[in-house]
Design a protein around this ligand. Sequence first.
Ligand SMILES: [Zn+2]
Length: 461
Amino acid sequence: MEKTLTYKPQNAWETYADAPQRKSMEALAVRYIDFLTRCKTERETVDYVRERLIQAGYGEDFAGERVLRPLRGKALFAARRGSRPLEEGLTLIAAHADTPRLDFKQRPLIEQPGVAQAKTHYYGGIRKYQWLARPLALHGVVIRENGESLTVNIGEKPDEPVFCIADLLPHLAQKQSGQTISEAFEAEKLNIILSHSPKQGKGGKKDKDAPKEPIKEQLLDILHKKYGISEEDLITAELQAVPAGPARFVGFDKALVGGYGQDDRICVFTALEALLTAEAGQGNMAVIFWDKEEIGSDGATGAASRFFQYCVEDLARSWAPGVPASHVLLHSRALSADVQAALDPDFQEVHEKQNAAQLGCGPCFSKFTGSRGKYGASEADAEFFGQLRGLYNAKGIPWQTAELGKVDLGGGGTVALFLAAYGMRVIDLGPAVLSMHSPFELASVADLHATLEAYKAFLEA
Ligand SMILES: [Zn+2]
C-alpha cells in the first residue's frame, strides 16, 4: 500500500479481504466462541490453558524447554525456550483471566416471601441493573470439611435449571425511575433466586412441627441430596454467578462475537494461541495469565504478587545459571494484553473520537493508562512503541491507538504497571470491546484474528 502523509487506522476487514483469510478467521472465531462458552471463571480458564499446554508438551519441570506453572488454579505462567540466551530477556504477553461477576456471600442463604435466595457481593466493575431479570449460571467450588473439593457448574446445559435476580415491574418503579442509578440499584438487593417450593411439615398439629424457613430448608434438603453439602459447606466455597448460556455470533454477517468475559479472555485466548503456534524462534517466549485484575490486582494470584518474579527466578536458575532474574526482568519486553473500550456508536460523546478505539481496526495500543493527569499510569516509551509499529507495518498487521474516554472523564488501569516496575519495556495492546464489563460483550471477528497475528509476530520477533 502506498504511504500517505496523513494517518488513518487501517480497517482489518479490508486487510483480511480474501476468501481463504475470511475462512480461517471464521474458524478461529468458532473455536473462540467454544472457549468463551466453556471458560467463565478464572479457574475454568486456567484449567483450559493448562490442558492445552500439556497437550503441546509443556511440563512443570523448569529444566524442560517448554514449561508451565499454575498457581492455585487461578494464575498461570508458561515459557518456551528460544536459541538466544535468557540474558536478553523474555518476550512476554500478560493477560488476566478474571471477570466481573456476582460472588455468593459466605453465608448466602436467606428466605424471603415465596423464595429462597443467595445474597451476593459483586466482584469488579459492574452496572448492577444489567444482572437483573436474566438467566444466571453458578460456577465454582465448594470445599468440604475434609478438604474435598466439589466443582460446581450448573445452568449451562439446556436441561439444567438457571437462576435469576428479579427486577421491579415498571408500574411499581415510579419512585425508582426518578432516582440516580446508584440509588436505584442497591448491592444488597442483588439476591439470586435459588428455589421456591417449601418443605412440608411433619404433619403434627402443633406449630413447632412446621419448618421455620420451609423454602430454605427444602433447598438445603435438595443440596444435601444432590451434592452432599450443608449450609456450613457454603462458607468455604467460591461460588460465582455468571450469565448463563453460550457465546454467539452477532449480526447477519456474523462479524461480531457476543459473550460474557471477553475482557480479558479474548487476550488469554489469542496469547495462548500465539504461544502455541508461533514459529520456534530465537527469543525466549512467555505468557502470564493473572487473576484479580478487576479488583486492583492484589492477592496471591494477582499481578501485584511475586508469583511472576518467582517463576522468572526459577527459569533463570534453570536456563541461564548465574544470570540474576533481575537482569532477565529488566531486559524483557512485554505486551500487557488487555481490551480497550470501543467507540460506542450510541454514546460517542464520552469518547474523544480521534483517540478512541474502533471496532474492526485491529488491536489497539494504549501508550499509557491511568486517569486525569495520567495519574496511576504506566507509560510506554516512544522507542518501544516505535519498534512495534515498525514490526506490524512490515508484516501488514492492522493496529490502532487509543485512550480510554475523554481526558478527565475516562481512564482506567491494566497490569502494565506491575511489569513496568521491573524496568522492562511494556505497552498495552488488545482488541476493542463494545459493552465492556456487561454480561454480553461484543468483539470483532477481524480484531480477534488481527490480535492473534499481532501477538504471534511479537513473540516471533
Ligand atoms: Zn481487562
